[in-house]
Each structure stands twice: as structure tokens, then as C-alpha cells.
Design a protein around this ligand. Structure first.
Ligand code: SF4
Ligand code: SF4
Ligand code: FES
Length: 242
């Protein structure tokens, strides 16, 4: 990796809910990612720095942080995309989740909400005996394809103002997951799922701010998934269609 002359100035949140920023200087290198910088700080300067990553290639969803005020996956965010004033980056843990330490947050509430939205496959009492044939150009298949690639990174959850105001709100990722299952022709759990997501903390609480859609690193649009769920809930309430 080529090293360039100017050093980076990295402000990093240290502590938990109470804490302060600590500034580190690290070498500026060609093509480096934000995750590379955090790893270099931890390995070369302070082994007590806490952060998370696993795959480094945008698959596992574990490396998300707030970078200069915006939630991002850090393994696929180049330093050159986010620098302020030539050499400055501020790193904070994701918002809307309790901080364990430094850049690491507790994700339990985030994944519990997937469960509360019944964001898991329901094969029913008599699962189909054969593979389902789902045409790639069918409306339901296309709806699933648009929303299925979620990596559970929490970026959308961190960006959502409604999650900040209402800690019970299921949030964009769990509702997006529910939407993929609502459109899965093999699944048999939609009645209970629509009950779950139509409660006060469900899809109707979304204010359509679009932050989730704007920041999702996978290009998913949870706002549209949630709009689809709202339509389903209305159709079911007025016409009994689910
Ligand atoms: S569109 Fe809904 S879920 Fe997405 S950020 Fe806005 S309020 Fe949150
Ligand atoms: S919808 Fe996008 S931002 Fe939200 S958890 Fe999934 S991949 Fe991350
Ligand atoms: S480290 Fe796996 S998505 Fe970034």
C-alpha cells in the first residue's frame, strides 16, 4: 500500500454512553478504507480500542459506524469519500443502540425487532412437498428481489428519527424483512405477520423520512417496503385481502 505524506486526524469516540473523543494521527494511504484506519489505530496505537468487523467485503454487516455524522459501512467506505478539511474524520458508534464500548454497540434490540415483526420464514403446519416455482418476472418475486439483500448492518436503524423518538418502533430493517416474507409465495405466516406489523409500533409509525433509503449501503429502499406493508394492512382492514 502506498503511503502519502499527509497524516489523517481521526477523532474516535471512547467510552460508553459517557465518554469523550480521542484524537489519533494515522498515515494517509492510497485506497485505504475507514475500517483500515480503525484497524491500524487499534493494532499500532491502542489495542484497547473496541470496534467490530468480520468479512471486510460488505457481507457480514458488522462494521457500521457513524462517519463524519453519517452512518455507513466502513469496510467499503474509502477515506477519500469522507474526508473533511483535507484530513479529518470523526468516528462514532451507531445511533439508537446502546453503546457497549467505543465504536461497538449492542445489537440485541435491533434483532429482537426482526423477531417481533415475525421476520422469519413460516413453513406452516403442512409445508409444501416440492420446490415452489416462482417466475423471476412475477410481481411478488420482483418485490422480494428488491429487498432481500439486507446484511443487517443497522445503518438504516441508526439513521431513522422515528426509532430515536419511539424505542418500540420496529424500524426499517425489521419491516423490510417482513415485507420480503409477505411477498414470499411459500410462506404461510402472513396473518400473524400482518397483525404484528400493524400495531402502533409497526409500519404506520413510519413518517416516510427516507433516511433509511438514502443511507442503506445495499441500495435497499425500506421506505418502499414499509409503504407496501401499509397498503397490505389497509387492504386487509377494508376488504379482507391479505
Ligand atoms: S422512511 Fe420510515 S423507517 Fe425510513 S427513516 Fe424514515 S421514518 Fe424511519
Ligand atoms: S436495510 Fe440496508 S441499511 Fe438497513 S440493515 Fe439492511 S442493509 Fe443495512
Ligand atoms: S466488515 Fe463485513 S460488512 Fe463490513
Amino acid at each position: 500500500m502506498t503511503q502519502s505524506a499527509s497524516a489523517l486526524e481521526i477523532e474516535v469516540w471512547r467510552g460508553a454512553e459517557e465518554g469523550s473523543f480521542q484524537t489519533f494521527k494515522t498515515p494517509r494511504r492510497e485506497h485505504q478504507t475507514v475500517l483500515d484506519v480503525v484497524t491500524e489505530i487499534q493494532r499500532e496505537q491502542d489495542p484497547t480500542l473496541s470496534y467490530r468487523f468480520a468479512c471486510r467485503v460488505g457481507i457480514c454487516g458488522s462494521c457500521a459506524m457513524v462517519v463524519n455524522g453519517r452512518p455507513r459501512w466502513t469496510c467499503r467506505t474509502r477515506v477519500s469519500e469522507v474526508l473533511e478539511n483535507g484530513n479529518h474524520i470523526r468516528l462514532e458508534p451507531l445511533r439508537n443502540l446502546p453503546i457497549v464500548k467505543d465504536l461497538t454497540v449492542e445489537m440485541t434490540a435491533f434483532f429482537d425487532k426482526w423477531k417481533n415483526a415475525r421476520g422469519y420464514f413460516e413453513p406452516g403446519e403442512k409445508p409444501a412437498g416440492d420446490f415452489a416455482v416462482v417466475k423471476p418476472d412475477s410481481k411478488k418475486r420482483r418485490a422480494v428481489d428488491e429487498s432481500i439483500e439486507c446484511i443487517g448492518c443497522g445503518v438504516c436503524y441508526s439513521a431513522c428519527d422515528v426509532v430515536e423518538w419511539d424505542k418500540d418502533y420496529l424500524g426499517p430493517a425489521a419491516l423490510n424483512r417482513a415485507w420480503t416474507l409477505v411477498n414470499d409465495v411459500r410462506d404461510q405466516g402472513n396473518a400473524a405477520r400482518l397483525d404484528a406489523i400493524s400495531k402502533s409500533e409497526g409500519c404506520q409509525a413510519c413518517h416516510t423520512h427516507m433516511n433509511c433509503t438514502q443511507f442503506c449501503p445495499k441500495g435497499i429502499a425500506p421506505t418502499y417496503s414499509i409503504a407496501g406493508l401499509k397498503r397490505k394492512v389497509w387492504w386487509r382492514a377494508f376488504w379482507g385481502i391479505s
